[in-house]
Design a protein around this ligand. Structure first.
Ligand SMILES: [Fe+2]
Ligand SMILES: [Fe+2]
Length: 169
């Protein structure tokens, strides 16, 4: 644990911070898995573009999980050790893909990103002016999640537009 590093955290309990980060850690792993499985089962028009996007997002979520775990360790905590705990601590849950159509898959993914944006915005509020290191890490992740939402929405709009044109409406 970074002793002096932790001593600069003011006005917030380190234990509370570790709990919040572990919840985000659970979210990242579930998001990673969701993207991995979505990219395999997705069907329909322009699915290759969706596969490329989903694959990129999976890699990003895994990188986020690693960033969050490193910070938990620095704070003297332990990242969740058992995947069973992901379902206990997650904020955003896990959206099992039921409809494999590309537009529906993208819709599920967009919901996940919107939840991630909310989660990280909350941690940013809690850490602002109190824990600058966590604040900085979480700000970087938040910027990625905002970009993820935007990319998915843009792709979903392109595909929906293309389907409209194909149908001749
Ligand atoms: Fe993420
Ligand atoms: Fe994301």
């Amino acid at each position: 644990m970074a002793r002096v590093g932790n001593s600069i955290i003011k006005g917030i309990e380190v234990e509370e911070l570790i709990k919040l980060l572990n919840r985000a850690y659970a979210d990242e792993w579930l998001a990673y898995y969701q993207y991995c499985i979505e990219e395999k089962v997705v069907k329909g028009i322009m699915k290759d573009a969706a596969i490329a996007e989903l694959n990129q997002h999976a890699q990003d979520e895994l990188r986020h999980a690693d960033m969050v775990a490193q910070r938990i360790l620095q704070l003297g905590g332990t990242p969740l050790l058992n995947p069973k705990e992901w379902f206990v601590h997650t904020n955003c849950g896990y959206e099992e893909p039921k409809n494999f159509d590309v537009v529906a898959i993208l819709e599920d993914a967009i919901k996940g990103e919107q939840c991630a944006i909310k989660t990280y915005s909350d941690i940013i509020e809690v850490t602002q002016n109190k824990d600058i290191v966590t604040y900085d890490i979480v700000s970087q992740i938040l910027a990625d999640e905002v970009e993820h939402e935007e990319d998915l929405v843009a792709l979903q709009e392109d595909i929906s537009e293309f389907i409209k044109q194909v149908k001749g409406n």
